[in-house]
Design a protein around this ligand. Structure first.
Ligand code: Z5A
Length: 218
């Protein structure tokens, strides 16, 4: 996978429940990509450093209230404000590794069972975001996830909510059939999960340089 002159970088998204190991695996993947002498960028959503991110952080920590709709749109805005930077990196040929994305955005909100927020309603604000070349879905049961350090501190960190989120992730991915989703058993030991992620990355990379422009979520 030598990258050609006009090749854009890959957009890789890592999704999954809380404690599924997303952040750990993103860092391991980035380290290995760097080991190939390739440029990479790591982005985590929500980005809690921006103005919208600070509002989201206050909400997640229970220090601020928001309507279900308002917080949903803030999470989406938090991604939209990062789009230009992501596109710039991809066009410069850098691999962009994203820790949570529109899929989390949709399923965590839909799991609230607010009758005015269908799955479609939740998906809509993210339509038009750059479409990932690969989504790695770190699948783990809420019981196994709870064994890792435990839930409790933030909003949504409850086993019942997590179980709903897991079912909704599977439902959403089954409906997005033009998306390249690789489901990985995240209950396995760290290195075994990393090996499977690396294999998926290599398959993508070895398919050759990307010269076509990026698609968007629809
Ligand atoms: N949310 C939303 O509602 N809408 C949105 O649009 C977005 C997010 C983007 C905060 O997200 C909340 O926002 C989240 C979804 C919602 N709510 N919940 N629940 P966040 O991404 O900021 O959440 P976080 O709390 O920072 O990350 P995380 O999901 O909890 O963790 P993780 O990245 O998946 O896992 P980790 O930090 O890599 O690992 C967790 C622990 O497990 C750690 O001790 C590891 O050493 C251990 N670990 C990891 N892998 C393994 C394996 N394989 N074996 C054993 N132990 C392991």
């Amino acid at each position: 996978g030598e990258k050609g002159k006009n090749a854009r970088g890959h957009l890789i998204v890592v999704e999954g429940l809380d404690r599924s190991g997303k952040t750990t695996q993103c860092h391991m993947l980035c380290e290995d990509i760097g080991g190939l002498d390739k440029e990479f960028k790591y982005i985590k959503f929500p980005d809690r450093t921006t103005a919208t991110g600070q509002m989201i952080n206050a909400y997640l920590q229970g220090n601020a209230e928001q309507s279900d709709q308002a917080i949903h749109l803030l999470f989406s805005a938090n991604r939209w404000e990062a789009v230009q930077g992501i596109l710039n990196d991809l066009r410069a040929g850098h691999t962009v590794v994203v820790d949570r994305y529109a899929f989390s955005g949709t399923v965590y909100s839909a799991a609230k069972d607010n009758p005015s927020m269908s799955l479609e309603w939740c998906w809509n604000p993210d339509i038009g975001l750059p479409k990932p070349d690969l989504v790695l879905f770190l699948d783990i049961s809420s019981e196994d996830a709870a064994k890792r350090g435990g839930y409790g501190e933030e909003r949504y960190e409850k086993q019942e909510m997590q179980a709903k989120v897991r079912a909704l992730f599977k439902h959403l991915f089954s409906r997005l059939n033009d998306l390249n989703v690789k489901t990985i058993n995240a209950g396995l030991p760290l290195q075994e999960v990393a090996d499977q992620i690396w294999q998926a990355y290599k398959n993508l990379d070895e398919a050759g340089p990307l010269t076509e422009d990026l698609q968007v979520l629809s």
